[in-house]
Design a protein around this ligand. Structure first.
Ligand SMILES: CC(C)(COP(=O)(O)OP(=O)(O)OC[C@H]1O[C@@H](n2cnc3c(N)ncnc32)[C@H](O)[C@@H]1OP(=O)(O)O)[C@@H](O)C(=O)NCCC(=O)NCCS
Length: 169
C-alpha cells in the first residue's frame, strides 16, 4: 500500500490524537503531550504517515533548551513516535524517523534527543554515550542523542524539556 509522509495540517489533529492513543495501548498521555506541545508552540515539527487517506503513524519533534557554556541554545526532542498497532513492523516508524531527521537537518537543527530503546534508535545514529553530554530529567540508559551535523561543533549542556512533558509518566 502506498505510504506518504507529510507535515500535519489542522484537519489531522483529531486523527493524530486517536492514533497516539491506539499506538500507546489506549493510554492518552502521549496524545495529550502532542496536543499540549502544539498549544504551547513547542512542537517544531509534526509529521504524519498516511495510507490512502488514513493516518497510520505520527512523529513529533519539540524544542528543548540546552544550557551551554555560551548560554542557552536550542535542541530538539523526538517524542512521541507511534504507528497504528496493525501496521507496526513494516517500516512506517523508520520512514517517519528518517523523514523527520532529514527535515530537521534541512532546517539547520543540530541536536536531537530521545528516550527509548537503544537497540531501535541506534539504527538511526542515536547514541547513549552522546546522551551523557545532555544531563536532564531523563538521563540514564534509555536517553540518547544524535548530532545532525557531523562536522560542526555541537552545543552540549544540561537540557530543559517543555513543561508539557510533565504530562507523561
Ligand atoms: C516503536 C514504533 C514507532 C516503531 O515503528 P514500526 O513502524 O513498528 O517500526 P519499523 O517497522 O520501522 O521497524 C521495525 C523494527 O523495529 C523494532 N521495534 C519496534 N518497536 C520497538 C521497540 N519499542 N523497541 C525496540 N525495537 C522495536 C522491531 O523489532 C523491528 O526490528 P527489525 O527491523 O530488526 O525486525 C512502533 O512499533 C510503535 O508505535 N510502538 C508503540 C509506541 C511506542 O512504543 N513508541 C516509541 C516510544 S516514543
Amino acid at each position: 500500500m502506498s505510504l506518504s509522509v507529510r507535515r500535519e495540517v489542522a484537519a489531522d489533529v483529531v486523527a493524530i490524537h486517536e492514533l497516539n492513543v491506539a499506538a500507546f495501548d489506549g493510554r492518552d498521555e502521549e496524545a495529550d503531550l502532542v496536543d499540549a506541545l502544539r498549544d504551547s508552540g513547542d512542537l517544531v515539527l509534526s509529521l504524519v504517515a498516511v495510507e490512502q487517506t488514513e493516518v497510520v503513524g505520527h512523529i513529533g519533534f519539540s524544542r528543548v533548551a540546552i544550557e551551554t557554556s555560551r548560554g542557552p541554545e536550542g535542541g530538539i526532542a523526538l517524542a512521541p513516535v507511534g504507528v497504528q498497532p496493525q501496521r507496526q513492523g513494516v517500516g512506517i516508524g523508520r520512514r517517519l524517523i528518517e523523514s523527520g531527521l532529514a527535515e530537521l537537518r534541512r532546517l539547520g537543527e543540530s541536536v536531537v534527543l530521545v528516550v527509548g530503546n537503544p537497540q531501535y534508535y541506534s539504527r538511526f545514529g542515536f547514541s547513549t554515550e552522546l546522551g551523557e553530554d545532555y544531563p536532564c530529567a531523563y538521563s540514564g540508559g534509555s536517553f540518547m542523542a544524535l548530532h545532525l551535523d557531523e562536522v560542526a561543533p555541537v552545543a552540549t549542556g544540561a537540557v530543559r524539556y517543555p513543561d508539557a512533558f510533565g504530562l507523561v509518566s
